[in-house]
Design a protein around this ligand. Structure first.
Ligand SMILES: [Zn+2]
Length: 557
């Protein structure tokens, strides 16, 4: 080799080495940003996409892989169940979060999923008004203490902590406690919005006292700045599909918030004020503001060790619940979320760099249209009265000589009184089958089944869903599945619901975007349990300990 050749060859090799190392540097992940949109059924996103320009969701779809056909595989499609499934890659039968609420047989009382009296809320201000709680699950919690102690499986974030020797910073934030706590795992820190104070709060599980930056954020009373203002449509009314059906009698009115635009917020000091903010795009905007403050103050994504930030947006779900998924309000809150999301992405690009960020988007469940709406359209639907279910089950118990056999009913589980069954020496499975049969015969109930004895599993795929939802000490004895568009509760302050194994409740988007990930739409059937193991694989880590999902190979190719 002559000298010139040698020099040019060496130059070429150096060039290749430098190109490879640049490519590697570009692939270096400094932040894993997991975004969950509470209650975002996939088609609610599809319905608004054309109005998103190139920002927010559209940006992610143009840069990332969008799984259009992702479905939960457990029966009780509720918030804590979905979030914990996303966080752990496990089914509720394994991670233990079988519902927002279950009956604790030993204590003889209801348990609110992540409630933990041992870890009380850290008070954020002295003279808080007690906000009125309208969330039906929250309402049942006895204390404000929260921790991940009842979650029985490790999360992606727990695995990240272990892999990087505890050097990753890990945070979960949300409008809801149950949107923040499961994602942060046992190792990370969690903050959520308080409808009592308008502050972001946490418990003694995470801190002894609020970090200075949180105290400062709360002292700025950002929520109160919306007092007396209103939620208006973001864009020209004529651009909305559902503009003509704003005023529907079955939508809920949160004490003067009204059923039509503009929705006026009460004054601060009003017990329902912060809940009204939460049931509007403002809830997500406040979460964005808090998230930015967190990223800046905690120096997220600043070094070569990947940090983890989970942001779970709650406003779409709350608006769904009060106004229904096919409402003008839901159409608008999704468009407004897109603005919030695009602002978040811009901010992350400036502070961390999107080329150093793995972004994962999904939802914890879908949403059902209200029975009243479906009836209006000509579909047979309705609401089941929980008291009637209990009365009918008790009547069926009498044939075994048992009075009041139902110990507790909280949808979807019916808990039977074990002591009474034992006392009359009845065959337990016979009793369960007899009660399940009379309930299945009721109008509006598709199927009631003993939740532990699922020998007929092979013949009815729905029973697989019930089985994946079964945890021996937490699940009730009989699982009740309503017919499509029937609700297992009467109309209260909350109008619309999710929680069934029907497709409108199981269908959620999954989007992965980040360095090296192709822009593509994938229509094959995938599942939210696949999310956590795929995130782990993207970073070269093993899946979370109890994960049961498969790898979303299109993300990794
Ligand atoms: Zn939810």
């Amino acid at each position: 080799m002559n000298r010139t050749n040698f020099i040019s060859k060496s130059f070429l090799i150096l060039l290749i080495i430098s190109m490879v190392s640049t490519a590697e540097a570009e692939l270096e992940i400094k932040l894993v940003l997991q975004l969950t949109v509470d209650g975002l059924r996939t088609d609610l996103l599809n319905r608004s996409l054309q109005h998103h320009g190139n920002s927010g969701f559209q940006y992610l779809l143009k840069k990332g892989t969008f799984y259009t056909n992702a479905h939960y595989q457990h029966a009780n499609t509720e918030t804590i169940v979905g979030h914990t499934t996303l966080a752990t890659g496990a089914f509720p039968s394994v991670h233990g979060m079988i519902g927002n609420v279950w009956f604790d047989r030993e204590a003889g009382e209801l348990s609110y999923n992540i409630e933990d009296p041992k870890h009380p809320l850290i008070p954020s201000r002295e003279s808080a008004i007690k906000g009125e709680q309208v969330d039906p699950a929250q309402k049942l919690s006895r204390t404000q203490g929260r921790s991940p102690s009842a979650i029985l499986a490790p999360t992606f974030s727990d695995g990240l902590a272990a892999y990087y020797g505890g050097r990753s910073k890990i945070f979960g934030v949300s409008g809801k406690d149950r949107g923040a706590v499961p994602m942060a795992g046992q190792v990370g820190k969690a903050f959520w919005f308080s409808t009592d104070t308008g502050d972001f709060v946490t418990s003694t599980y995470y801190y002894d006292a609020y970090p200075d930056w949180v105290q400062k954020w709360n002292s700025q009373l950002k929520a109160d700045q919306y007092a007396g203002s209103s939620w208006e449509l973001l864009e020209d009314p004529s651009t909305y599909l559902l503009y003509a059906q704003d005023d529907r009698p079955y939508e809920a009115d949160l004490r003067g918030f009204g059923r039509v635009f503009p929705h006026n917020f009460a004054q601060s000091g009003n017990k329902i004020f912060y809940t009204q903010l939460f049931a509007s795009p403002v809830g997500d905007k406040l979460l964005l503001d808090f998230t930015k403050t967190l990223v800046r103050n905690e120096q997220m994504g600043k070094d070569a060790i990947p940090d983890y930030l989970s942001v779970s947006f709650s406003s779409v779900d709350t608006v769904n619940h009060f106004f229904g998924p096919s409402s003008l309000e839901t159409e608008d809150v999704v468009r407004q979320l897109n603005r919030t999301l695009s602002e978040l992405l811009e901010f992350i690009d400036k502070t961390v760099g999107l080329k150093h960020t793995l972004i994962v988007v999904s939802a914890d469940h879908g949403m059902a249209d209200m029975p009243e709406y479906m009836t209006e359209l000509g579909y047979s639907a309705g609401r089941l009265d929980p008291d009637e279910i209990v009365t009918i089950a008790n009547k069926a118990g009498k044939q075994f000589g048992i009075d009041e056999i139902v110990r507790f009913f909280y949808r979807p589980y019916l808990y039977l009184d074990d002591k009474k069954i034992t006392a009359v020496k009845a065959d337990r499975s016979e009793v369960e089958l007899a009660i399940a049969k009379v309930l299945t015969d009721l109008d509006g109930i598709a199927l009631a089944v003993p939740s532990s004895n699922l020998s007929a599993r092979q013949t009815n795929p729905l029973l697989e869903y019930v089985s994946r939802n079964f945890h021996a000490s937490r699940s009730g004895d009989i699982y009740i599945i309503q017919e499509p568009y029937w609700f297992l509760f009467e109309k209260g302050p909350v109008a619309a619901m999710h929680g069934s194994p029907w497709r409108y409740d199981t269908h959620v988007p999954i989007i992965f975007a980040g360095p090296g990930i192709k822009a593509q739409k994938v229509h094959r059937l995938v599942h939210p349990v696949d999310v956590a193991p795929t995130m782990a694989a993207f970073l070269g880590m093993s899946p979370p300990g109890s994960s049961q999902g498969s790898l979303l190979i299109e993300v990794l190719q």
